[in-house]
Design a protein around this ligand. Sequence first.
Ligand code: NCD
Ligand code: ZN
Length: 361
Amino acid sequence: MYMPTVRLPGLIDPHVHLRDPGQTEKEDFYTGTAAALAGGFSAIVDMPNNKVPITTKEKLEEKQKTASTQIVCDLGFYFGSMGDNLDEFDKVKGKVLGLKLYLNQTTGNFLLDKKHLSEIFECWPEELPILFHAEEQTFDDVLDIVKQHPRKVHLCHMSTAYELKRVIEAKDKGLPVTCGVTPHHLFLSEKHFKQYGVFAMMRPPLRPQVDVDFLWENLASIDLIESDHAPHTLEEKNSDNPPNGIPGLETTLPLLLTAVSQDALTIEDVVRLCHTGPKTVFGIDQGPDTYIEIDPEEEYVIDQSKMQSKSKWTPFNGWKMKGKLLRITLHGKKVFDAGKITAEAGFGQLLTKDKSIEEDS
Ligand code: NCD
Ligand code: ZN
């Protein structure tokens, strides 16, 4: 049978939580990067909210050393701060792709008091973006400080019409802000929380349909899609105190390709949001020998038991999809083919300036 194959550049997910080191029962560098490949991502960027947060050069280098022998796709890192490690900033600037700050309580007690913001804005290297997890009141705080001190800022996971409107205003004023949206805030709304319970519980939470509609209508103002892959074990999710976050690496591309098949967006939108956007915002260039091949016509059902991620659950389990990943070529080598990881552990490269990925353009 004739199979139409479409070739796209390697997708980049700039927002994942791989949990290694410290919580490898949830995910580790091998399973997390294998999940990335199975989801069409040739590069991903890992957040610093590990069990022991990554706020020193020493912790960062330890993490990178472990990663280098385990990863099957390329992996970059963000640094973290709770306001007490400004002297570490210059030491890590060639090793990370940005600084992640949490202005709201989230997994890992990784909270920054906003009184530290001006000092951090002064000290963090100008060329690297600062990423924010900021919801509600703290969202306005971020835009206020960017107005006073314009510098590259990325606002993670837009989930409400209010937030996106404010970003659009800021962009119109010429402020250097970018923003992302997660697939769950596009494909689920608060009614799914009622249906899926803890398996649809994350920060920011799912929102009313009017917010979801606004995100779709204003996709052109969103710079990129970020999965916020946040794996937790089934036991934790079923416990009395379930943690926030859902895995997303293996469902993002299927959901987007299905939306393409329904004319909700175009394949060019997928490339913009999952390749060009993250590539530009975070300066990730994997070169021309990295690409993915998809069959836009193949229909199938999401099966959580087949996921590469350690968390074998997703709210999208059983959803009917159209459009499937066939293969990934990373730096000229086939690393994923017909549902299987074909790369050796350690084949992926660290996305650091010290060991930089070749630049093509
Ligand atoms: C994330 C996690 O589990 O690390 N959880 C989430 O709900 N998104 C933390 C975060 O990004 O806020
Ligand atoms: Zn996150």
